[in-house]
Design a protein around this ligand. Structure first.
Ligand code: UDP
Ligand code: MN
Length: 565
């Protein structure tokens, strides 16, 4: 994978992926107002920098250099953040019906937890200020900052002082926990929850700002039912302009790689005809609120998670499978600074994969193989150390939790298992086993043979029904899977989006067995490779000459798997 591809892969992590629901209820999440008016401002010094695509007009060269270096350090526009007021208001994102709602004056108290790993001070201050000013003082018991061993000098020197300044004005409100080594965001959140004393804990990122009236709906809902784990609604603070943009209501789900995504709101919620009604959600994004003791009883967060990812889906599954609920409250909103990249680990995907396997092993029962397919790994002997999960398995037993099958049927029916995969991984031709079938450039439609590296572009999935998918596997909701086809004419195979294969004359089904030819079922042509003048191989469709292929992993015992049919 090239650096560029790596960057792209990282960039999609936890960025909102929207599943459309036929256009009935979903607004586009593209910013509307102001989009046209925005000028394309490319920096003279850094024409390729994302920072200057929509921002930075009129900056001198030295200002551009400063802004760019801060951007590379943090992944967002610290140069601008340092100039904006630390107290700012933004447009109330709530539905007007939320303003009519009355909440009890007596509500549970709250400990708000902010985890910090090399964030800019002005961004943290804006988060703190918004929480202090938009949370009723009699409810905000404490604000706990967990510094996950930041290396930035600014934080090392100044965070403690800043907290003292706040505490002059708001006695004992702010607390600081400093990790003496880097423990990752899950353990930072756990440290915050452990130290918390209020009835309810709300775990936030340190680059958020909260909307007016954000906390009352959360506390009132948890007061009504302590087994509800709540997510506020999200909006976005653009990483470059720091402008706030509110999102429409979405449910929070995930795909089989256990990457979270925004999912469509089910029809049943619209039928309630109440824009303020809680929305049941399969999972959380990471930010959540819970009754402190309830969270403790069900096992807090999984402290075996490393660096980033997995803990949110783990909590989602555990809450539902072990007797609680997850709800998104439309009247509670926060906005979150979406970074252009994460500055704290270049190899995040590796941690997400490892953490996803932990979740799969503990919570997914016999559906766990789906996660392995999506990460393109064999179910056994994959060589990835996902740590010790025995205590999490014991917890599941102790809490007498339901099966994942129950969860899929009752909580997340739109997450459909992909059935009938019989082989997956890289596909090699015995003529030269150094090269692998590869989807080629993502925008292209011509598959290629490429030196084997085993990354996503070389993932192949062969189905019992004869389809051959190339590249990352998506679930069917995305209509993004790419099928290898015989176009019926010419000698080049093509790639088409699998949901578009109705095009006339395109042949999608192949006969294949391990160590045998790949033969198109309709045209009877074989997929073979041919050496060209430059001594590299190209793929061709031709009358079979006896070339044979091998796929990396064969699915054992698929026919007997319990979730078939
Ligand atoms: N964080 C942390 N330790 C880490 C990585 C992140 O404490 O090793 C903090 C980070 O500063 C942020 C929160 O955890 O406040 C969530 O991380 P991030 O914002 O990168 O996740 P995202 O919002 O992109 O999912
Ligand atoms: Mn974040």
């Amino acid at each position: 994978m090239t650096q560029q591809e790596k960057k792209q892969a990282e960039a999609i992590i936890r960025q909102p992926i929207i599943l459309q629901d036929g256009g009935n209820h979903f607004e586009s999440l593209e910013p509307k107002a102001g989009k046209k008016a925005r000028l394309k401002v490319l920096s003279e010094l850094y024409p390729d920098s994302e920072l200057f695509r929509h921002w930075g007009e009129g900056l001198s060269e030295s200002e551009q250099t400063e802004a760019q270096s801060l951007f590379m350090k943090f992944g967002y526009n610290v140069y601008l953040s340092d100039q904006l007021p630390l107290n700012r208001s933004f447009k109330d994102g709530r539905n007007p019906r939320c303003l009519e709602k009355m909440y009890p004056h007596q509500l549970p108290t709250v400990s708000v937890i902010l985890t910090i790993m090399n964030e800019a001070m002005s961004v943290i201050q804006r988060a703190i200020n918004s929480i202090i000013h938009r949370t009723p003082a009699h409810l905000l018991k404490e604000l706990i900052l967990v510094d996950d061993f930041s290396s930035n000098d600014e934080l090392k020197e100044n965070l403690g002082n800043q907290i003292q300044l706040y505490n002059f004005k708001y006695p004992k409100l702010l607390k600081l926990i400093r990790h003496t080594k880097r423990k990752g965001l899950t353990q930072a959140r756990i440290s915050g929850c452990k130290a918390a004393k209020a009835d309810v804990v709300i775990v936030l990122d340190s680059h958020v700002e909260v909307n007016v009236g954000w906390v009352e709906p959360i506390l009132a809902r948890i007061q009504e039912d302590r087994t509800v784990v709540v997510s506020p609604m999200f909006g976005k603070i653009h990483f470059d302009t720091l402008e706030v943009e509110h999102y429409p209501l979405a449910s929070i789900g995930f795909d089989w790689a256990l990457w979270c995504l925004y999912d469509s709101v089910p029809e049943s919620w619209f039928k309630l005809k109440d824009d303020t009604a809680p929305l049941k959600s399969p999972s959380i994004m990471g930010i959540f609120a819970a009754d402190r003791q309830f969270l403790e009883e069900i096992g807090s967060l999984d402290k075996g998670m490393q660096v980033y990812g997995g803990e949110n889906v783990e909590l989602g599954l555990r809450v539902w499978q072990c007797g609680g609920k997850i709800e998104i409250l439309p009247c509670s909103r926060i906005v979150h600074l979406e970074r252009a990249f994460k500055p704290y680990a270049w190899n995040l995907g590796q941690f997400m994969r490892r953490n996803a396997l932990r979740v799969a092993e503990v919570w997914l029962d016999n559906y766990k193989s789906m996660v392995y397919y999506y990460w393109n790994l064999p179910v056994e002997n994959h060589g990835i150390d996902y740590g010790d999960v025995s205590s999490r398995k014991e917890l599941r037993k102790k809490l007498n939790c339901r099966s994942f099958d129950w969860y899929l049927k009752n909580v997340y029916p739109s997450l459909k298992p992909i059935r009938n995969i019989v082989g997956y991984g890289t596909m090699k031709n015995t003529v030269d086993e150094m090269i692998c079938l590869d989807q080629g450039p993502v925008s292209g439609k011509i598959p290629v043979m490429h030196i084997c590296h085993g990354y996503e572009t070389q993932a192949v999935f062969y189905f019992e029904t004869g389809e051959l998918y190339l590249g990352l596997l998506y679930d069917d909701r995305f209509s993004k899977n790419r099928c290898l086809v015989d176009p019926g004419q010419g000698s080049e195979p093509e790639i088409v989006t699998c949901s578009n294969v109705t095009r006339k004359g395109v042949h999608t089904h192949w006969d294949f067995k391990q160590g045998a030819a790949i033969i198109n079922k309709d045209t009877k042509r074989c997929l073979e490779i041919q050496q060209d003048d430059t001594r590299s191989y190209t793929l061709i469709l031709q009358e079979c000459t006896g070339q044979v292929w091998n796929i990396q992993h064969i699915v054992q015992d698929w026919k007997n798997s319990q979730y078939r049919g």
